[in-house]
Design a protein around this ligand. Structure first.
Ligand code: AMP
Ligand code: ZN
Ligand code: MN
Length: 925
């Protein structure tokens, strides 16, 4: 009888479930048809959905690619291995546990009752509050910690809240708002003098690494103490009830911790999780101390206590790592298949044939890719039940897919949909994919992988690129083409043209002719901020399909290729600080540019490994401070020139044909200062005379004539001589090109006045550089040649991306000139397409630097290396840092910035003035 009743109940439940499923299916199908058109047009749901909070994160350490997590590197010198950065400190604690804080807590609670939890707590949501908290915590000897995670709408999950309790206060840290700054707590957590009390820290320790590169050193885990004490239970709820008479609703643990403001109930729960930890650890301490009397060996005074501490700190040695499978989705597929074979999947094991297994594998692969690229959890994308149902029922239409999934997601027990949305928006927006999975035409799962990543994230992808999914592209062979690939799909083609249009408008916006510095950001392909930049550089990358626009205002791009070096590979602190985006001189935050402390005319000639201090030797400066620093640097260059006897500029030129009455050689020859004239001066004068000669006041004309005459050895000159003077310094090829373009107009329109050219000292430059920009846009390089001519010798510089700079001190991307240009720039991209100097600040010096610094810089560096070796170069760098410091007296230099950086040696020790000291250092080391 009882059995019958149960059977009836079960049958009824099943019937109701199916009815419900049917109803849901009908509703869904209706909805599907109404939405079909709209959905197709709007493509991925992420384009329309209210943004997920993690998309505001800038510093993303763990993205969703298949490459392993990179841990904090404290020392540049440390090998490439992913070691625990605080291995040493933790090892020390394992050998000599530091449990003094427990005695301190014991004394504290002997006089004070620590049980009650008042109404007051501190909500930490901005940087100032966080910094204040860091101050407070660094003075504590112990505090309690807990974290809350969000994992449903995120692939790897993220920390949504950190609770910290001291003896005086409960702090709740909004780690969503403060995500990029929580790293400020790193020193406190790594400080072995400060004990951190957690309950069950195994996960928290890894989560803190994953999100913030925070590593816990000196942990007391109350759960570990329970283990040592062989407590009947080790849950926090048990400890709270036993020692504090507090009950807690652990169901709240699964709440959505992204909610803001957090409801009072959740705040209460969160506080409780950290507040009582200090009191509980004191209670456990007393018990651990008691244990020694019965069990510990004599002399081993705190045996149990030390064991609890040792086990806690062993937890800290763990390192976060992404689960990387041999083949994406493989683990989930295997588990689903074995579940079905064991008759647990509500399908008959007989249905579990090889075709079914293949379908499950494909679905799991697809789910894995889609979860990563939309930054969603696997279960949000597609439930296991849905995968089994799709695998058995084999849908043939998109509607089929939807109804199979929503039916599978009906929970028989509660008669409700398991998930809030079934099918998930990921499924609804990418139904074509799923249908494609059930076609036999695709045989190789690797193809599926490439196909989907290309379709969704490739140059014409349907889904938004983000910091989370960018690095996925590196998994497939990245083909960057300027020509968009054609799609059969009309929808995709139109999508693409909108994309192109928006990019064109972006480029148009960029083409402002005024010298504006922009707060544009350049992210690496894994979302890490590489540097700030101006718009032109962004544009340069965008035009070559080397980057994608990820933010509009201020515009920011993400590189499509892996840059050679990362700022944080070297020194994390600088990296964090430079993100502060203020001038290191005066603190100005509205505009700034990256300034090269060591002028690149020298730096480009450094041996590769000595270029590695680039994140240190690039600082942000506002325009005003930049000008000051730049002027000081230019002045110091002159000093260097005098000191080393290596002139800054190419020496004067003279026409030897004329001077010595020879007939052939036409190349200018360097001579001493007294005779001849500088090539720039010569060209400027000749150009002015050719263009404006007749209109000029006669005195000025005479002056300029004298300049040109100096070149020709003092003889009278003709218009032909003037034109020839213009060609000085060009290679024959450049000359031919120039003659073809320019010569014509000079010959035939001698009186023509270029309105761009009111000032003869700016001949050619002003108009030229504006044109140069449009030249880059249109992809022709004609006009640039004229400018290139001016770059005597500085060939290396001309291969870098546009370092829209006024001298050679504004940093190119990521501070390393060659990083980008020699990595993965697609073939066919002309490396000559480089806007060069002189176009932002109409500063006369810039022209000089174009002409002369190449040989100077090279010779200086060669001299240093020859005379003093690499130490000479290091010392040389220190001198330039000193120049900056003396020019600006900067008040906002990043912590740790140091004139002596990289030098374990004192300033001056290897000074070129004092070379004898070199020997003493070798002896000392
Ligand atoms: P707790 O410290 O116990 O509040 O847990 C911290 C975080 O771990 C929570 O915010 C959850 O995200 C996650 N978590 C722990 N246990 C579970 C569980 N059984 N189910 C879901 N999430 C959990
Ligand atoms: Zn999508
Ligand atoms: Mn908690």
């Amino acid at each position: 009888m009882a059995i019958d009743k149960d059977n009836l109940k079960a049958t009824l439940a099943t019937a109701v479930a199916y009815l419900l499923a049917l109803a849901i299916s009908i509703v869904f199908i209706k909805q599907f048809f109404t939405n079909h058109k709209r959905k197709k047009k709007s493509s991925c749901y992420l384009n329309t959905e209210v943004s997920k909070p993690q998309y505001a994160f800038k510093r993303i350490l763990a993205e969703n690619s298949y490459s392993q997590f990179k841990h904090l590197k404290l020392q540049t010198l440390e090998e490439l291995s992913n070691l625990h950065p605080y291995k040493e400190e933790i090892s020390k604690l394992l050998k000599n546990p530091n449990v003094g804080f427990l005695e301190f807590l014991d004394e504290y609670y002997n006089v004070k009752d620590g049980l009650e939890m008042g109404d007051s707590y501190v909500w930490i949501e901005n940087e100032a509050q966080l910094r204040e908290l860091v101050e407070v915590l660094s003075k504590e000897s112990v505090f309690g910690v807990d974290t809350e995670q969000h994992s449903f709408r995120s692939f790897l999950g993220f920390t949504a809240l950190i609770q910290i309790s001291t003896l005086r206060e409960d702090y709740l840290l909004d780690t969503i708002n403060l995500h990029d700054m929580i790293g400020l707590l790193r020193p406190v957590f790594a400080n072995p003098e400060i004990c951190k009390v957690f309950h069950g820290a195994d996960n928290d320790v890894l989560w803190l690494q994953r999100d913030f590169h925070i590593y816990v050193v000196n942990l007391f885990d109350t759960a570990k103490a329970c283990d040592v004490l062989s407590k009947p239970q080790r849950s926090l709820a048990y400890l709270l009830e036993t020692y504090c008479d507090v009950s807690t609703n652990k169901l709240l643990q699964k709440e959505d911790w992204r909610r803001r403001p957090l409801p009072a109930e959740m705040i209460q729960y969160a506080r409780i999780d950290a507040h009582y930890l200090l009191y509980i650890s004191r209670c456990l301490y007393l018990e651990l101390k008691l244990q020694k009397n019965e069990n510990s060996s004599p002399g081993d005074k705190f045996h149990f206590l030390l064991e609890a501490s040792r086990r806690s700190n062993a937890t800290c040695m763990q390192l976060f790592a992404k689960d990387l499978e041999a083949s994406p989705g493989e683990n989930a597929a295997s588990s689903i298949i074995s579940r079905c074979l064991n008759d647990q999947g509500n399908i008959s094991p007989s249905l579990c044939d090889s075709k079914f297994q293949e379908r499950v594998r494909r679905l799991c692969l697809w789910r894995d890719i889609m979860a990563r690229l939309h930054d969603e959890s696997l279960r949000f994308v597609l439930s296991e039940n849905a995968i089994i149902a799709l695998g058995t029922k084999v849908p043939t239409t998109e509607i089929d897919i939807c109804s199979i999934i929503s039916t599978a997601d009906v929970d028989v027990e509660s008669m409700t949909l398991v998930s809030h949305q079934s099918p998930s928006p990921v499924v609804s927006c990418h139904l074509e994919d799923l249908l494609c999975l059930f076609q036999d035409s695709i045989t190789n799962r690797d193809h599926i992988f490439e196909l989907f990543i290309q379709q969704h994230l490739g140059p014409a992808g349907t889904c938004p690129l983000s910091a989370y999914n960018y690095a996925l592209l590196s998994k497939i062979k990245l083909r960057i083409t300027n020509r968009p690939t054609s799609h059969r799909n009309g929808f995709r083609a139109s999508k693409q043209s909108t994309k192109r249009a928006s990019r064109e408008s972006f480029v148009r916006k960029f083409s402002c002719k005024s010298p504006v510095y922009h707060n544009c950001k350049i992210y690496a392909n894994d979302g890490r901020l590489l540097c700030y930049s101006d718009r032109r550089k962004l544009e340069w990358y965008l035009n070559r399909n080397l980057a994608k626009l990820v933010e509009e205002d201020p515009p920011s791009i993400m590189l499509l290729f892996e840059p050679k070096g990362r700022p944080e590979d070297e020194d994390n602190e600088f990296y964090i600080q430079s993100k502060k985006n203020i001038c290191v001189g005066c603190g100005e935050g509205n505009h700034y540019l990256r300034y090269r402390v060591i002028p690149s005319c020298y730096r480009i000639h450094f041996p590769e490994h000595l270029k590695s201090h680039r994140s240190h030797d690039i600082v942000l400066l506002c325009v005003d401070c930049h000008e000051i620093a730049h002027a000081a640097a230019e002045k110091y260059k002159k000093q260097i020139a005098a000191e080393f006897g290596i002139p800054l500029f190419i020496s004067n030129v003279v026409d030897f044909d004329m001077a010595h009455n020879k007939t052939t050689s036409s190349l200018p020859v360097s001579t001493s200062e007294e005779i001849g004239v500088s090539p720039l001066h010569l060209r400027t004068a000749a150009m002015a005379l050719l263009r404006h000669g007749p209109q000029m006041p006669s005195q000025r004309r005479e002056e300029l004539m004298q300049v040109v005459m100096k070149y020709y050895g003092g003889r009278e000159i003709s218009d032909v001589d003037l034109e020839r003077a213009l060609l000085v310094g060009m290679s024959p090829h450049e000359r031919k090109k120039f003659e073809k373009k320019r010569g014509y107009s000079f010959k035939h329109l001698p009186g023509c006045i270029d309105l761009n050219d009111e000032n003869e000292n700016n001949i050619g430059f002003k108009g030229e550089t504006v044109d140069a920009l449009s030249t880059i846009m249109s992809g022709t390089d004609e006009k640039l040649n004229y400018e290139d001519n001016l770059m005597v010798e500085d060939k290396e510089e001309s291969t870098e991306p546009p370092c829209s700079n006024s001298g050679d001190d504004i940093a190119a991307l990521n501070a390393d000139d060659n990083d980008m240009s020699d990595t993965k720039i697609a073939p066919g991209i002309s490396k000559e397409l480089t806007v060069h100097a002189g176009d932002i600040q109409p500063n006369h010096d810039t022209k000089f630097s174009l002409l002369g610094h190449g040989p100077h810089g090279k010779q200086v560096v060669e001299y240093l290396l020859k005379e003093y070796g690499e130490d000479g170069v290091r010392e040389f760098c220190q001198r330039w840092r000193q120049v900056l410091v003396e020019a600006l007296h900067p008040r906002f230099l990043p912590a740790g910035w140091d004139v002596m950086h990289s030098g374990k040696r004192d300033f001056g020790e290897f000074s070129v003035y004092n070379p004898s000291k070199k020997a003493s250092d070798v002896a000392a080391s």
